[in-house]
Ligand binder design. Structure first.
Ligand code: GUN
Ligand code: ZN
Length: 474
């Protein structure tokens, strides 16, 4: 098949892309609301009005219902659901993971998806849960991979997804990503992660996704299966996930839960509706509680905030400020912060992908000291060649007489050539009081520079720290 995915803009491992399907081209990152073909809480037509460009539904549920099945085969999925844009179908693998057994053969459900004209079909993978014994993860992955081979060999006239499994074993995830990539699919979902997200295990989620991405390489579209909470979109997009599916908007609504980008509230415990979507404009909190359409209204709100967050993620990628959004969002929950820290520990991987020119670097929290720009400067600082007397200073008025070189000093970067001070990233906006993490990073980078230039004599004029002393200590 021709190339269905084009990357337009990048930031961190995230990107704005264009995905082409038989029912039109959509821009990513993209959120697909999940439509239950039996009882859609919000009709697909209304989902489109709210702003959904693409939806996802479950082909297994359609296949199991004789009436839906006949209509889907005769008239196609798009007419069945009443949606003109692209529709992705899942295979029932998730039912398999919840109920343990399903009543359909792998190629049967895949051929069914082809027959009803799904835009993106998914083979019947096995969603192995987290923390299982390695033997089980390996043997289930083996079965998934046999099915992927069979699926990839079939003729197709639409897009085909190649799910990546492997439980919580990063090496299996990476291998599974490479295996799927070598077979050549059109979209690559990372599966089996719903239990991680439900348990707030964002650190493990980062390990799993980054490992899968390493195996898949950076050029292909990646779907994070079951990621529907808006709190997580920035983190997932920063790791290079392009597609999300949300059952959350409806599931949470059914439990009277109100989604925000900072977490979930129980409607009963709220006093205000801190949102300006049409639902929250039209109701007070009490009116929403008393509404005869409460579940539907809540679902609509949940979807509005989710789609809004996707647009914010896109704007942030476009202007190169995704890291800033990430730092903000990951402060919504301590476990999200754990996830961000884990991503920071993948600094080398991120730095290799992150080549965008950006909006001004803002130092917002200790995690800013692990941004790709800082890692890159640390890696390259030993290329600066110095001889004679060198002054490193953060004082623009320092007396420069008698020095062969003068370098500016700004945590977390440490020293950098004065002539780059107006240039990205050294024109960073940083706090007047640097925190310890920024200073430690700056000291580390300074040490690299000093070590690379043993002939030079360094003098430090700094207000932030006694750098000369700290360098002597080590
Ligand atoms: N929905 C949520 N997780 C999964 C998964 O791992 N595989 C499939 N096919 N669907 C899912
Ligand atoms: Zn709202």
């Amino acid at each position: 098949m021709p190339d269905h995915f084009e990357i337009l803009h990048k930031d961190l491992a995230g990107r704005i892309g264009r995905l082409s399907t038989p029912h039109g081209t959509v821009e990513t990152p993209l959120l697909m609301p999940v439509v239950n073909p039996h009882l859609p809480l919000i009709t697909p037509g209304e989902l489109a009005e709210i702003g959904a460009d693409m939806i996802i539904t479950n082909s297994y549920i359609i296949n199991q219902d004789p009436d839906l099945k006949i209509r889907a085969v005769e008239r196609g999925l798009h007419e069945l659901l009443g949606f003109k844009g692209p529709i992705m179908t899942d295979s029932g693998a998730f039912q398999l993971s919840v109920y343990g057994d399903i009543d359909v053969q792998p190629m049967e459900i895949l051929d069914f998806q082809f027959a009803i004209k799904s835009d993106i079909s998914v083979p019947l993978d096995i969603p192995t849960p987290p923390d299982v014994a390695r033997e089980r993860a390996e043997s289930e992955l083996h079965t998934t991979e046999e099915r992927l081979q069979e699926a990839a060999a079939a003729n197709r006239s639409a897009l085909l997804a190649g799910p990546v499994q492997g439980s919580t074993y990063p090496d299996l995830r990476e291998r599974a990503g490479k295996f799927a990539r070598d077979l050549g699919f059109d979209v690559y979902p990372v599966g089996g992660v719903v239990p991680l997200m439900e348990a707030y295990r964002y650190r493990d989620l980062v390990d799993v996704v980054v490992a899968a991405k390493k195996g898949l390489g950076s050029g292909v579209p990646v779907h994070l299966f079951g990621a529907g909470h808006p709190m997580i979109f920035a983190l997932a997009a920063a790791m290079g996930c392009d597609l999300f599916d949300s059952a959350a908007y409806a599931l949470y609504a059914r439990q009277d839960r109100y989604l925000t980008v900072r977490g979930t509230w129980k409607l009963a415990e709220m006093n205000y509706l801190p949102c300006s979507c049409p639902v929250c404009q039209a109701h007070t909190r009490q009116e929403l509680v008393d509404s005869p359409h409460k579940t539907r209204d809540l679902a609509r709100h949940n979807l509005y905030v989710s789609l809004q967050e996707i647009r914010l993620v896109k704007q942030s990628i476009r202007e190169g400020s995704l890291w800033d959004l990430l730092e903000t969002r990951c402060r919504s929950h301590p476990r999200m912060l754990d996830g961000l820290k884990r991503l920071c520990s993948q600094g080398k991987w991120l730095e290799g992908l992150d080549t965008a020119s950006k909006s001004t670097f803002f130092y917002l929290s200790p995690e800013s000291a692990s941004r790709p720009e800082v890692i890159r400067h640390a890696r390259r600082v030993d290329r600066i060649c110095l001889q004679g007397n060198v002054l490193i200073t953060d004082d623009p008025n320092a007396d420069k007489a008698g020095y062969n070189h003068v370098l500016n000093f700004k945590p977390p970067f440490g020293p950098y050539p004065t002539e780059l001070s107006e240039t990205y990233p050294f024109n960073a906006e940083v706090p007047e009081d640097a925190d310890n993490t920024a200073i430690d990073q700056a000291v580390k980078i300074t040490k690299r520079l000093v070590r690379a230039n043993p002939e030079a004599r360094f003098t430090f004029r700094l207000k932030f720290c006694d750098l000369g002393e700290r360098l002597k200590q080590s």
